[in-house]
Ligand binder design. Structure first.
Ligand code: ATP
Length: 299
């Protein structure tokens, strides 16, 4: 199954929030929707979920307009939205029934998930008697109980301790293995890097980068060297402004072109005491900083 947003335009009043947004997410894989605060991630998700319509553009499943009666969507919103005073099993059942489940199937599925997430003891408690992380696990059940085809997780790891983060990782991996489309929205790049096969980076309502994460990294210009040395000062003096010091103390040397890699490495090794020299491989964080834009987008 392939989910596609195609040429989505969205304005709120005079303000244009999404401009020609297009991306594809595939079943059995995780997709990361990234962008700075206000870039348009939540707006894209709301359009994809039919919370409100786009001004133009399409949401497609396998090339056909999405049929919301047939395609189940589960959503863990960043703003958690459950009733604090209500009994957990009652509200989870209520939400699952709203998604079309019978009462019996809903209770069965919710009891499974309460067990899976180690939450059975809270079944008949009020939500507001739970810790923040445990409330989040309850909210996660509303996203998964109806066994949706598309699982959308907005900052799912925020507020979870390491043990619960690991539990959630296992759950996410299971959902991916079941062939679902799992769409992540997060500012925590390490999780995106760990799970997502492909990403889209939104910058001010425009898709600045979209594609397979491995391909994106492979195609990143290999025009920088990282050098670990005990004698950085001499190298800095030699390479001038093309040499900068990284946060961890290593040196970064920007090449005139990737073809200078070999000669520059030889020059370094022959003239200086070098512990390690390698081509700079960007992390997702580096790529994000480059493509997500450096201008504050929230007004
Ligand atoms: N209902 C609305 N009415 C007017 N403007 C809106 C509305 N919803 C969102 N916006 C604006 O649209 C822009 C994109 O917002 P959106 O919530 O989609 O960003 P985001 O990428 O999800 O940000 P964050 O990471 O902070 O959650 C922002 O400038 C926001 O102020």
């Amino acid at each position: 199954m392939i989910l596609e947003l195609k040429n989505i335009e969205k304005s709120f009043g005079e303000k244009k929030v999404l401009t020609g947004v297009s991306f594809k997410a595939e079943g059995g894989k995780a997709f990361g929707l990234l962008g700075r605060n206000g870039a348009g991630k939540t707006t894209s998700i709301r359009i994809l979920m039919d919370v409100f319509p786009a001004n133009s553009g399409e949401v497609l499943i396998d090339g056909q307009p999405i049929n919301y009666n047939k395609i189940g969507i589960g959503y863990l919103p960043e703003e958690r939205g459950l009733y604090p005073k209500k009994i957990i099993i009652d509200q989870l059942t209520y939400f699952a029934e709203l998604k079309g489940m019978s009462h019996k199937a809903a209770v069965q599925s919710i009891d499974y998930w309460l067990g899976r997430l180690g939450m059975t003891e809270y079944r008949n408690k009020r939500l507001d008697t739970l810790s923040k992380g445990n409330q989040q696990k309850i909210q996660l059940i509303t996203a998964l109980a109806h066994d949706p085809d598309i699982v959308i997780l907005d900052e799912p790891f925020s507020g979870l301790d390491p043990v619960n983060a690991m539990l959630l990782k296992d759950v996410v991996k299971e959902q991916i293995a079941k062939g679902k489309i799992v769409l992540f929205s997060s500012h925590q790049m390490s999780y995106i890097e760990e799970f997502c096969d492909s990403i889209a980076i939104l910058n001010n309502g425009v898709v600045a980068l979209h594609g397979d994460l491995h391909d994106i990294k492979r195609d990143y210009p290999r025009d920088r060297l990282v050098v670990r040395t005990e004698t950085p000062d001499a190298i800095k003096a030699d390479f001038g402004s093309s040499c900068t010091v990284m946060e961890n103390g290593d040196l970064m040397i920007r090449l005139g072109s990737p073809s200078e890699k070999k000669t520059t490495m030889t020059r370094l090794v022959e003239n200086y005491d070098i512990d390690e020299v390698k081509v700079f491989e960007p992390s997702l964080n580096d790529i994000f900083v480059e493509y997500a834009g450096d201008v504050a987008q929230e007004d």
